[in-house]
Write a protein that binds this ligand. Structure first.
Ligand SMILES: Nc1ncnc2c1ncn2[C@@H]1O[C@H](COP(=O)(O)OP(=O)(O)OP(=O)(O)O)[C@@H](O)[C@H]1O
Length: 283
């Protein structure tokens, strides 16, 4: 049984100019202990599909699917109260902008402990001990002192480490990382990716890595889904995707990597999207 199993997910937003379909029939599954990358350019519906799984979309969104289960439980039939018990505990998500995800008015100690209080019912001493342990696990030095810091007193990389600490606080079965390194300095990006992958391996979590960066895909994923304009274009294990991409869009993404440059100008995605598909291309 897959940890997360989604079939034919559609998300539509009501907008001033009428309904807008951001996700159009996406199916995917993630197994326990598996790293799945969802890759695609900005606006391809990667975040919206995962926010639908988490139940975090605004009221203007309509979510439908033939099937959406997590750990054998039907997310479509679950009440909001039941969903709140799972989100942040059994499945959690980290976002692109760590500064914006943390509450600037509370210390990071309070924000970590709040998750432990809400989901695990720990008392004050237990929460503090666990918060220190979590900060150590994500590589924050002098964790006892850092518990009293506010987000603005920490760097972007440290804030992302705190977000990761909050996300793994309750030992989730599934962690969704939405462009977790995009807002960070290049030198810090690799450290955060290494941290995520090592925590995933250590705790045996399923990990969904949302990214537009093929380098991140190559370094982290077991399997890859390529999304374009709300649709799944291709799904493959990571080696097959790089060695023999089937859809025009995947080939376009790979050709646009600087290391694949031939000639003076890199091809763009639109240069390649109107070529006939190769025989046997995945849709
Ligand atoms: N609340 C909303 N109302 C209307 N449209 C929305 C809303 N949220 C997202 N969208 C639209 O849905 C589409 C998919 O957005 P999404 O954030 O999932 O893209 P993405 O692939 O994750 O890209 P990015 O890497 O930029 O986050 C975009 O066109 C976006 O503008």
């Amino acid at each position: 049984m897959a940890l997360l199993d989604i079939h034919n997910l559609v998300v539509e937003f009501q907008t001033a100019s009428g309904p807008f379909r951001a996700v159009d029939g996406v199916s995917l599954h993630v197994e326990e202990r598996e790293v799945l990358a969802i890759v695609g350019e900005s606006g391809s519906g990667k975040s919206v599909s995962m926010l639908a799984v988490m139940g975090l979309l605004p009221w203007t969104a309509t979510v439908t699917a033939d099937r959406m289960t997590f750990n054998g439980r039907d997310l479509l039939k679950m009440s909001p109260a039941e969903r709140r018990k799972i989100v942040g505990k059994d499945m959690s998500m980290i976002f692109q902008e760590p500064m914006a995800s943390l509450n600037p008015c509370f210390t990071i100690g309070f924000q970590i402990e709040e998750v432990l209080r809400f989901h695990m019912g720990m008392d004050k001493a237990q929460r503090r001990a666990r918060a220190i342990e979590l900060l150590k696990q994500v590589g924050i030095p002098e964790p006892e002192d850092r518990l009293n810091s506010f987000p603005h007193q920490m760097s972007g990389g440290q804030c992302q480490r705190v977000m990761i600490a909050i996300a793994i606080a309750c030992n989730p079965k599934l962690l969704i990382a939405d462009e977790p390194t995009t807002a960070l300095d290049v030198t810090i990006q690799k450290q955060i990716l290494d941290l995520l992958v090592s925590l995933q391996a250590k705790y045996g979590m399923g990990l969904i890595m949302i990214t537009h960066n093929m380098g991140v895909v190559a370094e982290t994923a077991d399997r890859v889904i390529v999304q374009y304009k709300g649709r799944k274009m291709e799904e493959a294990d990571v080696l097959s995707l790089f060695e023999s991409p089937k859809s025009n869009y995947t080939r376009a993404l790979l050709s646009a990597l600087p290391e694949n440059a031939v000639g003076d100008r890199l091809p763009t995605v639109s240069d390649m999207m109107f070529e006939p598909a190769p025989s046997g291309a995945g849709a």
